[in-house]
Design a protein around this ligand. Structure first.
Ligand SMILES: O=P(O)(O)OC[C@H]1O[C@H](O)[C@H](O)[C@@H](O)[C@@H]1O
Length: 548
């Protein structure tokens, strides 16, 4: 596909943006008493209220038309049938297969039934998790395992970490799961200090088994094991791996039966549903891991079969395009009002920014539009006492997704009602704002003099008309957490398809890896750096001086 700007609907939306320029969201509610009801849709345990958007009936119809004209229907079919939609790497994109194996028997891709492979790996995980939880798995001195440390980075870290944290209430007793990612030695050193090498098992998660951070941390973990009573022949009792590079994992010391496969049709940021999710399965048990997969599968089915007008990923994806491309929104905030979901924005940030942070169309031409926004956010209510100021009164338009469960896992006192009230009041305030007259009246009521009223009132004005979605679910469970993450995966795909980019490669990250090696070599040698820019030369010098 070429540039979306050439699509007829893109032109129509450009004109329509002018029509909407003077329309306030509150007037859309006044004009249509059924607006809230009309702009609510449901899927896989989630209800999306998207009424608080700068979108009329015409806007939404045009956005649906845009998705169709951009070829989204064909793209969805392509993904679910295993077509090589990752064109720059000539690969299928099949994270959806990882959660379909309970519901479906066959998905033939390039002559292989991928669901049979997925099912076999799930069985392998079942055995492994059962051995750990029953205490059957023993460390080299015959003790049972009490701690599992997952070592990985990027997609081999964030997804599992965020989901394990989101499912804290479902954690099984007995085994504590830890995560190490950073090449900064403080990360692993801090973790190892709390652990006993006789009762600790490391899971090295790396699709390639070639990532610097993960290999450095895996080596540090093995050194720690070997210098605290372990021996090379016992490494296999304390190390397992998830990787598509079996040879490298075996060379490290893992037993073949403790190496879980990965496939080239799963991108790192979409891999938590594969054996990369092993730390999650260990933390919450296979029953809950299957429920997580099932929730995601429900969302997949919704995405695959529901008309675009009621399709959550399509609605959220196209509204995002509306703000990014027609309102110049540079960022998009995710604000979960749920403590256990507090790290979710970081996972969606990786998912979306690594997928859609692209400047070339599928055909190689440069894009003519903005693509992926900066994704950020954090837990409510904490953010209300920090960055919400900018959301309400700043100069930038930041569309927000509010995410909240109706019931808490920890219903103490009035906490949950207060939490929920804050969530609703934020989206309300963003839309309604506060007029100059209201601000003046408030000040008068508080006894301010006319001079004070005139001086202070403008600072209290909140323009309002700022858009948000609200996603509600009964409770955060493995199934609803799975569905939520799948929703954002598909939302990313919807936007990537409309922009005509490949959401499934990540060549930009590769450059950083190459340059990192070059600088490392310069830091540890007496190389001639005179060809480098002066700033980098000076920084290298500073480091070398500190080491001498
Ligand atoms: O799983 P690995 O091969 O170690 O890769 C870990 C990460 O590496 C890179 O940074 C990629 O951009 C990520 O998508 C990937 O998840």
């Amino acid at each position: 596909m070429g540039s979306p700007t050439k699509l007829t609907t893109w032109q129509k939306l450009t004109e329509h943006k002018q029509e909407m320029a003077s329309v306030n969201m509150t007037s859309l509610f006044d004009a249509d008493p059924k607006r809230a009801e009309k702009y609510t849709a449901q899927a896989a345990g989630w209800t999306l209220d998207y009424a608080k958007n700068r979108a009329s009936e015409k806007t939404l119809a045009l956005l649906t038309e845009l998705a169709k004209e951009a070829g989204l229907e064909t793209a969805i079919k392509g993904m679910f049938s295993g077509a090589h939609i990752n064109n720059t790497e000539d690969r299928s994109v099949l994270h959806i297969a990882l959660r379909a194996s309970q519901a479906q028997d066959t998905l033939m891709v390039d002559g292989v039934n991928v669901l049979a492979e997925v099912r076999a790996t799930l069985k392998q995980m079942e055995t492994f998790v059962a051995q750990l939880h029953s205490g059957e798995w023993k460390g080299h001195t015959g003790k049972t395992i009490t701690d599992v440390v997952s070592i990985g980075i990027g997609g081999s870290y964030l997804g599992p970490k965020v989901v394990a944290e989101a499912l804290t209430p479902y954690k099984k007793d007995g085994i504590k799961v830890h995560f190490v990612a950073n090449i900064d030695g403080s990360d692993i050193t801090g973790k190892l200090k709390q652990l006993n090498p006789e009762t600790t098992l490391f899971v090295i998660s790396s699709k390639t088994f070639g990532t610097l951070e993960t290999l450095s941390n895996a080596n540090a973990a093995r050194d720690w094991f070997l210098s605290n009573g372990g021996s090379q022949e016992n490494v296999s009792k304390h190390f397992a791996a998830v990787s598509s590079n079996v040879k490298k994992a075996v060379d490290f010391g893992m037993a073949k039966e403790n190496i879980f496969p990965m496939w080239d049709w799963v991108g790192g940021r979409y891999s938590l549903w594969s054996a990369i999710g092993l730390p999650v399965a260990i933390a919450v048990g296979m029953d809950n891991f299957y429920a997580l997969l099932d929730g995601a599968h429900q969302m997949d089915e919704h995405f695959r079969t529901t008309p675009f007008e009621e399709n959550l990923p399509v609605i959220m994806g196209t509204l995002g395009v509306w703000y990014i491309n027609f309102h110049n929104a540079q960022t998009h905030a995710l604000i979960p009002y749920d403590h256990y979901l507090r790290a979710m924005p970081a996972h969606i940030q990786q998912l979306d920014m690594e997928s859609n942070g692209k400047a070339n169309l599928l055909n190689g031409d440069g894009v003519a539009t903005d693509t992926g926004p900066i994704i950020w956010g954090g837990a409510g209510t904490n953010g209300q006492h920090a960055y919400h100021q900018l959301l309400h009164q700043g100069t930038r338009l930041v569309p927000v997704d509010f995410i909240a469960p109706l019931a808490s896992h920890n219903p103490i006192g009035e906490h949950h009602t207060q939490l929920f009230a804050n969530c609703l009041s934020q989206s309300q305030a963003l839309m309604v704002g506060k007029s100059l007259e209201q601000a003046k009246q408030e000040l008068r009521d508080a006894g301010a003099t006319p001079e004070q009223v005139d001086a202070i009132a403008p600072h209290k004005v909140i323009k309002g008309n700022r858009p948000s979605n609200t996603l509600l679910t009964d409770k955060m469970t493995p199934a609803t957490v799975g569905a939520l993450i799948a929703l954002y995966e598909h939302r990313t795909f919807v936007q990537g398809t409309i922009w005509g980019i490949n959401s499934f490669d990540q060549w930009g990250v590769e450059l950083g890896k190459v340059l990192g090696t070059d600088i490392y070599n310069r830091l540890v040698s007496d190389s001639d750096n005179s060809a480098l820019d002066a700033s980098t030369q000076a920084l290298i010098k500073a480091f070398k001086k500190a080491q001498s």
